[in-house]
Design a protein around this ligand. Sequence first.
Ligand code: PEP
Length: 253
Amino acid sequence: MKKIYLFGNWKMNMLPDEGADYCRSLERRMTGSFYSADLVNICLFPPFLTIPATAAALPEGPVSIGAQDGFFEDRGAFTGAVSMDMVREAGCACVLVGHSERRHIFGETDEIVAKKMHKALSTGLTAVLCFGETLEEREAGRTLAVVEEQLSSAFKDVPHEKAVRMILAYEPVWAIGTGRNATPGDAQEVCSYSAERAEKEFGIKIPVLYGGSVNEINSRELLSQSDISGALVGGASLKVESFLAIYENYRKL
Ligand code: PEP
């Protein structure tokens, strides 16, 4: 039975009290033998100011906390930015890098994403590298070329010994928050390409998650694909029931 990564990106939702309530509810509902660390790895990604309250209420078991972003400089005149060591000191084990909303709303380029990757890994964090094509790029038949560009830029100069703390998340831009997920076959094709590309670069197997409108109905088929190791979930992670059902509906196969 493969281990599943179930990662929940809360985006700009959840006040500190709501984050703590969520954790209490998670603790009550994570019952059953399949909530063991060798079967599932759950990570919650609250907004920065909700991290401390959520971290303090985090349930026992295979649950950790991550940040949605982190800057590539350590300190200085970078108003509004949060450094990777601040993220780590707040109790985060993980950080998202290059999420589609950071790239498309906040203008992050492949170069910025690569700098953030390096800083996250050198700070001792697990970096979840998000990548994926736009609808226009998919329709032009450029999906794998775009993915290749994003991966090769982010992989460049990453020391091999640090790659063990890397996780990939294929998130087609057109599938994020739209209710339109990639077909399991299409998601598998890109995840398989990405897994092979990472293995060629670093000589190790790196987990590849799929993200983009994952819910409790489509998760079974998506998570059953051989090269999809888990899900990065946005909207459906905001309620404990719908978040856990994504995993439970797969595990009860
Ligand atoms: C995301 O934010 O990474 C995401 C995949 O969102 P959603 O599940 O809402 O499409």
